[in-house]
Write a protein that binds this ligand. Sequence first.
Ligand code: SF4
Ligand code: SF4
Length: 441
Amino acid sequence: MAFSFFGGIHPKEKKELAEHKAVQVFPEPDILVIPMAQHIGAPCKPLVKKGDTVTMGQKIGDNEGLCVPVHASVSGTVKAVEMRPHTSGTTMMSVVIQNDHQDTLCPEIQRRTIEQVEALSAQELMGIIREAGIVGMGGATFPTHVKLSSGMGKVDTIIVNISECEPYIVADDLLCREYPAQIISGLKLVMKVLGLKTAHIAMENNKPAAAKALKWELAPKDGITIDILPTKYPQGAEKQLIYAITGREVPSGGLPAAVGCAVFNAATCKAIHDAVYEGMPLIRRIVTVSGDIVMDPKNLLVPVGTCFNDLLEAVGTRENPYKVLSGGPMMGASQYDLAVPVIKGTNAVTILGAVNKYVVEQSRCIRCGKCIDACPMKLMPVLMYKSLQSGNIEEMKAQNLMDCIECGCCAYTCPACVPLVLGFKAGKQHIRDAALAAAKK
Ligand code: SF4
Ligand code: SF4
């Protein structure tokens, strides 16, 4: 049964720019920059040094704790191990590889037969998923083996998230149309690890071809249902999706497992299939490169470590970009340096022109309440913003600022152009800093 979550907005989808473009294999660049942090948790420590030769799929970074390894996405020579710009807006220790264009495969990469896969235990599967460096590929980048292990025995509902509700982005849509069997295969492995006989695939109703392709791969005995949801932003946000599918509300500050749910991205499911059956770690992903000034929007199968500059060159722009985002226009992160590389969580590069530039002379709230109606988390953005202006941490907490998912619905609807989301991001950081300072006392 599908429920409709509170609030949300209907921005122009602009998916028509790239939704009819088949996935193209992007020609491998000469230089690739592989950051040691592409996931939530402890960054990897480099396992190679300048001058080393590496093979495609070789592990080049790892660490203990909440971490997954990173791998070379091409074969070649390590040109440098140094700090490089990262899509998070900081610099990050990275392994820079000079591509030899030989694609020499790491000898440890071995395929498994169906019989070998069937004989694997849940623990063995999680080990393979960890060693393949798999993270949530919708952008969250949480290590998948940790989500699986923490969900064992607690989760009764698996949801594959194919909402892809941000404007312009169609990477998952194309993935479903071109690799439906691999997605279903990866999902069945997730079901095996979590010991469940059923699962949901949740899609917005603007992807009929993807739904058809997936349905074609399913048999009634699989226990997998496809739930078609109305198109509404942010349908793909975990808490909103869980409500839409199950009617369960994740409590404030809680995780999906608190209501028995685990949500996986479609690309993550395919990566699980690739790792288990092909032995292939996560070294490539589909990226939608689109935007209102892009001459030839594309869906590209890109090696991790490809720089944004190379992607911009591949699609061309009609004017100098005003903004280049890692991700979509609602929640994507603006990039100040286009030397940043594609990482495991990069589903799109969105390139916007000067028409998106607006200068707000004075943004003063007119108390219209539109932001309250739009907030899918049932927050009071106008009061949250007021608490920010007071600078009072306790007041910010009382307004549940930490529950803000930074979806941008409030700012999108605000007629006074109050910079709500920017303020909320800063406010959340103040709360975290204050908690850290209190812990050190
Ligand atoms: S950005 Fe935060 S406050 Fe604004 S609508 Fe989204 S969840 Fe609500
Ligand atoms: S939408 Fe903007 S102007 Fe209206 S109440 Fe919210 S912050 Fe104020």
